[in-house]
Write a protein that binds this ligand. Sequence first.
Ligand code: PLP
Length: 399
Amino acid sequence: MIYLDHNATAPLSPVARKAWLDAHEHCWHNPSSPYRPASKARVRLEEARLTLAGMMDLCDPQRLLFNSGATEGNNTIIHYYARHNKANAGTLLISPIEHASLTEAIKSHWFGRVETLPVDSDGCVSPADLVKRLNQHHQPKPTLVSLMAANNETGVRQEWLECAKICREHQLPFHCDASQWLGRLPLSGLANCDWVTASVHKCGGPRNVGILIRPSSVNGLSLIAGGGQENGQRGGTEDLPGILAMLAALQNIADVPSREASARARDAFEKEVCDNITGCFILGKTAPRLWNTSAMILPMREQHQWLNALEQHDILASSGSACAGHRIGGTGSHVPLAMGLSPEQSRHLLRFSAGSETTSADWQQAAKALVAIFKKWQNNKKSHPKGYSELTHVINIPE
Ligand code: PLP
């Protein structure tokens, strides 16, 4: 099987597995318990915080909280601002392509205004648009600006560092959801964001382990109330084996010098597919993207038919965000829609996302499979099942 769905989750890396097992064997006590082995666990926990804070250039390691990942982190931030949003007068400024863990948290906790910045046809927010909005003094000043570092469906990277600087100049808090960035691109710069959320299971760490970076001045994060762990900001016994496994996974990745070869293998895959499948085009092709992701609109059949056929060729891919997978056949993902595609086109999105173990032969195999499936269907139009839909009008095919 060739696994090309790392933006959903990735296999546990061998170094993370080893760190996790070692911790369960030698360092499994509750870091808050009052005896010597527990203080050893406490020391390991704080060492992990210091090391990771150092990797992220955080001057104040206490800004770094360990949690269960980005969904919890995004909910925590929105919940925090919602509690302080007196008379529901605040405004959240976000992009229209944010992950459901942010937008659904907003729906659940936030009763103020929500504004979205536009994205261009590649799915990029322009820092100039952010400046323009923040200079509209007749409009309410946003309570928080939130922008993901890289999109989970297209891999398109945002200019989050530039946006963080703009927000700092306007003395506004800036949140960056770095879930797809962590472990794929350098961590430097994230310390410039007031808030950062991320999970580590997309790059070889364990599930349900992640980070939340908060501003040093912020206390009283009370989404998960409990025994006062994480400096009183997040209740619940710390998952030390998970945290040590996360650290091991991130340290291991930090040693990889460059991902240029991986990006070239992905680009060659896209060329092969677009050269042989008429009407197929790549989302965000001209924008800076993560090295691992390729999102494409295919010209015929339905997403699930492609995915089933690919699986018969031993290729595992997805129709976009894993949590939207069940909406196959619905209105299509909000991401291509925000980029100006039609609902019909959005329903023809396939996403391929590689990991550190993916080889260029894997990408070649995936391209070969896509082309073979397309040719078979093209030659056999009579075999179209009931409900078959063919996408005939494709707009904006990039050159
Ligand atoms: N944010 C982004 C951009 C994501 O891609 C994901 C997961 O796909 C999440 C948040 C939620 O991560 P988790 O399910 O690990 O909490």
